[in-house]
Design a protein around this ligand. Structure first.
Ligand code: 9Z3
Length: 375
């Protein structure tokens, strides 16, 4: 194991005095990932059933976005892989139970979109590979309410249908527009809705948005590897924007029960192995030229920045975006070697989200990164 830098030593001392040895153990795991750990993870992992199909769609995506004629967004050939949603850890091969990581997928989905007057990746001229958890938020509909659709409506005394305007604002606005269109034939609003639908469908049809779903940690890491290798030709023009919440622990396939674990056997003891830290593999081997952004999620604000700094240093990320669970929709802290910038949602603008100024900053720093290679 390589010796720690003085900076890491300071952080480790700080963690041990403030939070005890658990925090230090956690930090120490941020060493470069041993190759045998990575190999044994992949060797014991169930193979992706649709690997050939994924590789084919990635190849089509890359061909389309590297040839100037096929690049329909008309700007430079920049690409971003956005990961979104939480990975699951199955407890049984024929899975009935699993451990989940929290993430609604809102951040990843919103960061992808194409919305007039706001900066998101598609809007900024990037082509997007969207690696998302099945069933999590999707681009262009990330503001759909958690509540069942029907709860957004009510029937008025005169039997007309009303939209609950107090629920999610952008969604209710959209639904009101739909209703206005269908019931009152409002031509102006109909145009707005048509544009939103069209943009969503055309992003996929034109090949500037490729959506790839995952559920388990096994699928996630294998698909991420396929994506990163496929995007190598983009060199520094590729960004990895790793917003997915990725399991730290898992049950190795070879140790996993085949059938549903029976409760008659009494309390359940499970030993979870550690998922090898793939960030350093992604950064150093799979996509060494790309611009790498990882997220650091904590519930304890006191350790958030120290952990983000460690990830920056150990995994050689270009940017770590630190966020605290309860305030993640209001603000994030962007940590790079040169700066720490707090990015906040514009609370004076209805419906404004923190992802817009965040992506704007990411695009700016990525442009600076690319220029270094042009020089
Ligand atoms: C994040 O921190 C994301 O910002 C959230 C977004 C998951 C909080 P939502 O999807 O929330 O909008 O509901 N993602 C990264 C979480 C993570 O697993 N990071 C690892 C860590 O903290 C490093 S890769 O150790």
């Amino acid at each position: 194991m390589p010796p720690n830098s003085p900076y890491t030593e300071i952080l480790l001392n700080y963690l041990s005095s403030s939070f005890g040895m658990d925090a230090v153990d956690d930090a120490n795991q941020l060493q470069e990932t041993p190759k045998n750990e990575v190999m044994s993870f992949f060797e014991s992992t169930p193979l992706l059933e649709d690997a050939a199909e994924i590789e084919k769609s990635l190849k089509e995506f890359v061909d389309r976005n590297t040839s100037s004629s096929g690049n329909l967004n008309g700007k430079t050939n920049r690409v971003v892989c956005i990961t979104s949603g939480g990975t699951t850890v199955p407890l049984e091969k024929q899975c009935v139970r699993y451990i989940d990581n929290f993430s609604s997928g809102h951040r990843g989905a919103t960061s992808t979109e194409y919305i007039p007057n706001t900066i998101y990746f598609l809007k900024a001229g990037y082509s997007v590979v969207f690696l998302y958890r099945r069933g999590s938020c999707q681009p262009f509909c990330s503001t759909l309410p958690d509540d069942p659709l029907l709860e957004c409506f009510s029937v008025a005394d005169d039997s007309s249908i009303e939209v609950d305007l107090l629920s999610n604002s952008r969604f209710s606005n959209l639904m009101s527009i739909f209703l206005l269109h269908y019931f009152l034939v409002d031509a102006l609003h109909a145009e707005t809705v048509k544009r939103a639908i069209t943009e969503s469908l055309t992003a996929v049809a034109e090949g500037i948005l490729l959506k790839l779903p995952f559920t388990t940690i096994f699928e996630y890491l294998q698909i991420l590897q396929l994506i990163s290798v496929s995007l190598r030709d983009f060199g520094p023009s590729a960004i990895f924007f790793l917003a997915a919440a990725v399991s730290d622990f898992y049950v190795p396939w070879k140790n996993m029960a085949l059938h549903k674990i029976q409760s008659a056997s009494g309390p359940l003891d499970i030993r979870l192995a550690q998922v090898p830290k793939m960030l350093s593999v992604l950064r150093n081997e799979w996509a060494p030229m790309a611009f790498h952004i990882s997220f650091k999620l904590e519930t304890d604000t006191d350790i958030l920045l120290a952990k983000a700094n460690m990830a920056l240093e150990k995994y050689k990320m270009h940017m770590v975006i630190a966020n605290e669970l309860s305030t993640r929709k209001e603000e994030v802290i962007v940590v790079t070697e040169q700066e720490k910038v707090t990015v906040r949602r514009d609370s004076t603008r209805a419906g404004a989200e923190v992802e817009s100024p965040l992506v704007e900053l990411v695009v700016d720093r990525h442009s600076t990164y690319i220029k270094k290679f042009d020089a």
